[in-house]
Design a protein around this ligand. Sequence first.
Ligand code: AMP
Ligand code: MG
Length: 324
Amino acid sequence: MTLLLRAQDVEQAAALLRGGDLVGFPTETVYGLGADARNGRAVAAVFDAKGRPHFNPLICHFPDAASAFDEALPDDRARALADRFWPGPLTLVLPRRPECRVDLLAGAGLDTLAVRVPAHPLALALLRAARAPVAGPSANRSGQVSPTTAQHVLHGLGGRIAAVLDGGPCAVGVESTVLDLAAGGAALLRPGGVPVEAIEAVIGPVARPIPVSAAAATRTLRSPGMMLSHYAPALPVRLAAGDVEADEALLAFGPALPGAGVVWQLSGTRDLREAASRLFAGLRWLDAEGARLGLRRIAVMPVPLAGLGAAINDRLERAAAPRG
Ligand code: AMP
Ligand code: MG
């Protein structure tokens, strides 16, 4: 059963988040599906509850700019935009700090982090009470439209999440504008609640790699060619390995294949949430260990396709795909 919580229950909602449960929460844009971003299992549960066929990076929500910038590294432009538009519907993609506590799965393994301070009193109260970065994609099943009321959230995710905090209908109703400042330039990744022209008035020209019409952008972002660049290991990856060769490191799922030397265990008990939460850390570790020991390749044991397995396999296939 999914609890319907009200403003006076914000401490209860925060306690659920801190305990690793999922809580739908209102923002000024759409309802978010919140999880403690430091907790890989909770983040894996987000992808599971949404039924997402792939892992994409999630926006992390904070009660103020200072706490956002504890995890992600701002430059002068980011600080100016935060001063002008936070709290508000603007998401900034910035480099992760080395000491960043956000789980790698929440950032889909990337070196960047998307951060935002929502302009909604109940969201801010929840984020303050949670005392943790809260990862939150829109609180709908994959492929459905974003929810703008608590009832929409219950309709899509009821029974799959612990609670929804009801803050009434969302004011903006479209998602936040996503601006990438991590690579030196400024690029619009998603049009949203803050017009790109208003951003340009603060920091100057913004590249628009995608069309600014929301409908066109949705089409574009759904097409696989426009997906974000994804983390891929430097070592080649061999999928569906039934054995392991002497010069291979092993990504194991269930009991490791005999003869493997360098092993990262996704889940010894074949638990898909555990495996999802350990996937990006494992690819990075095997890549580094493999390079250090002069190994040639990463062999990957088969992972079933059911549930979260689809997203895990999607990411492994990307890691194994020939590089251009
Ligand atoms: P949603 O989860 O539906 O709110 O969508 C989140 C949006 O933020 C998507 O468009 C993501 O591609 C984008 N996003 C989140 N994190 C990053 C990141 N580290 N780099 C680039 N885009 C990001
Ligand atoms: Mg969404």
